[in-house]
Design a binder for this molecule. Sequence first.
Ligand SMILES: NC(=O)c1ccc[n+]([C@@H]2O[C@H](COP(=O)([O-])OP(=O)(O)OC[C@H]3O[C@@H](n4cnc5c(N)ncnc54)[C@H](OP(=O)(O)O)[C@@H]3O)[C@@H](O)[C@H]2O)c1
Length: 317
Amino acid sequence: MTRRKFLGTTLASGATLVAGGSSIIFTTNSLAVATKAESNSVFRLGGDLPVNRLGFGAMRITGEGIWGWPADRGNALKVLRRAVELGVNLIDTADAYGPETSELLIAEALHPYPKDLVIATKGGLTRPGPGQWVPNGRPEYLTQCVEKSLKRLRVERIDLYQLHRVDPKVPMEESLGAIKKMQEAGKIRHVGLSEVSPEDIDRARKVLPIVSTQNQYNISNRRWENTLVYCEKEGLGFMPWSPIGGNRGLKDNALEAAARDYQASVVQLALAWLLRRSPVMLPIPGTSSIAHLEENMAAAKLKLTAEDWKRVDALTS
Ligand SMILES: NC(=O)c1ccc[n+]([C@@H]2O[C@H](COP(=O)([O-])OP(=O)(O)OC[C@H]3O[C@@H](n4cnc5c(N)ncnc54)[C@H](OP(=O)(O)O)[C@@H]3O)[C@@H](O)[C@H]2O)c1
């Protein structure tokens, strides 16, 4: 029996499959829900910070418009705890999410943190109101951002601090200079960027070591392919944001049909495609729903043949 047929049979009977010491529960309709994403392989951020490649984005646990507290705060805490239970040890957040509430919820849910948990936060985008995002890369502002994130997250050092946006009004060297000082003071371990080209990364690396970038990228939007290729060549982590299409989702009939063929959801196919696309890929899908989280984590289990992947890739490339 091929794996594909086996999955189909298992799905139809709603059975439990035990693999690699952890059980995956298949529900009767379409979703495979993992209790642990055991094929979630490891990437070493900056060479010394191992993370399971399928992470979690903590932007969607805030209120509407990424503003304020979520309607159900208890649920947000549960989602964060469940993510860690399912094997997530890379959580992405930012001072701008809420603002502040995403970082505060992470600390409330998970502090004292598991030893291996990497919390990646960001600074450099201000929030005048719901749905509004305005860059501020002034050195004194960023210095203050780092101090405040340390307090909210209740840590002495931030594992990965990312410049949320290069502010067109401030030379990148000045913004990164402030972050470098905080790193030298022991308040930041590694530094990353966001929405940058290979040229931007080269320029940033003249100021300080860069270990990762976070750019919008998914199976249907490969605009930043050049940055991904750069990261692969240089061994930097690439965190695709909107890995499953953001709040609009991935509306693609061909992808939906292919996902059905593989007894997966479109979201699972899209996440599995990302994990397969590159060993430096660190997807950070975001959700406020435990059911969606479980569905997303199960994507690490989806295995297709090389031929099937070729077909999927051709659908959107
Ligand atoms: N660097 C940057 O500039 C930047 C920008 C945006 C985001 N980010 C980071 O990237 C992370 C992910 O980005 P994102 O949240 O925009 O995009 P995403 O992860 O592609 O999509 C999140 C959306 O998909 C829904 N969703 C999640 N799982 C689902 C499932 N299994 N089935 C159906 N819908 C599902 C969520 O709604 P539900 O809550 O209903 O599940 C939410 O609306 C964020 O959390 C944040 O950490 C970074």
